[in-house]
Design a protein around this ligand. Structure first.
Ligand code: SIN
Length: 293
């Protein structure tokens, strides 16, 4: 068989679900698979129920949504997060004084690390990991500092049927110890005795959409349980490489006062630290989630 004869189209065929029109917000998709920029809404103002319903639907349909030119006080940012659930307090990262739920994302010329440089789903080492994260960017470098987002629905769907069957029922260990210990020492943050760790299904079912998503990530997942260590290493290596295929991704170019709201249950993200020696500062409100099933 020739190479040409073996080609049967793209590696992943995305079938877009039917979507009703939006009436209160505008929506501009970044890719057919993941990401949409939302317009026509001021997140600092009171949001009526229909607008809020449309934002919930836009998040469910696009997995990460973006907003431009938002002018929020810390209280408004926190208040917007609370419309989606109770807020999460990060187990290690620095926060705005007086607001433990407002995490600081900061890198400048003196930093020795920046947040989110490896693909991950936020705090997946928690027993009940966050449902969503709302990052508000206030200082941008002149160029760079983009964030990449990848759809774990698409990554799951694109697996072979044999691989999907193999992964069914498997669990993996997610550990915060190697991620967090010492990581924020330069902010004067003291070590904790223990950091969260949890076992989660390798494939989880989204509680809202009912769709399956891969739920292992380079940042936190140490091993798949109940298989030999070398097999776990091989499978995780394959899955990490697979889920980083650019086919499943969108890339967001920040401007000051932009917001990204991503659903950690079906999205992984990675922040680019390509802007040294410039400064990038944002604030993240994180919404609590359920135990993955
Ligand atoms: C993170 O929340 O992991 C950081 C994302 C970013 O800085 O773009």
């Amino acid at each position: 068989m020739t190479i040409a004869a073996e080609r049967k189209g793209p590696r992943y065929r995305h079938r877009a679900a039917e979507s009703a029109p939006y009436e209160k917000i505008s929506l501009d998709k970044l890719t057919p698979i993941i990401g949409a920029e939302i317009g026509g809404v001021d997140l600092g103002g009171p949001l009526d129920n229909r607008t809020l319903d449309e934002l919930h639907r836009a998040l469910a349909e696009n997995q990460v949504i973006f907003f431009r030119d938002q002018h929020l006080t810390p209280e408004q940012h926190l208040g917007f997060g609370r419309l989606f659930g109770e807020l999460h307090v990060h187990p290690a990262a620095p926060h705005v004084p007086g607001h433990p739920e407002l995490m600081i994302i900061h890198a400048d010329k003196d930093s020795w690390r920046a947040n989110g440089e490896r693909w991950h789903s936020d705090v997946s080492c928690d027993v009940e990991p966050p449902m969503g994260s709302i990052l508000y960017m206030k200082t941008c470098p002149p160029a760079g500092g983009d964030t990449l987002f990848a759809s774990m629905y698409a990554a799951y769907d694109a697996l072979s049927e044999r691989m999907k069957r193999y992964l069914e029922g498997m669990k993996a260990l997610h550990d915060g110890e190697h991620v967090y210990r010492g990581t924020y020492a330069n902010y004067g943050i003291e070590h904790k005795d223990v950091y969260p760790r949890a076992e989660h299904p390798v494939v989880r079912t989204h509680p809202v959409t009912g769709k399956k998503a891969l739920y292992v990530n380079r940042g936190f997942t140490l091993r798949i349980l109940d298989i030999p260590p070398d097999e776990s290493e091989g499978i995780l290596h394959y899955l990490f490489d697979h889920m980083e295929n650019p086919l499943f991704q969108c890339r967001f170019r920040w401007r000051e006062n932009s917001i990204a709201f991503w659903d950690n249950r079906c999205v992984q993200h990675r922040a680019m630290w390509d802007y040294w020696p410039h400064t990038r500062i944002g604030y993240r409100v994180t919404v609590r989630g359920d135990k993955p099933v």
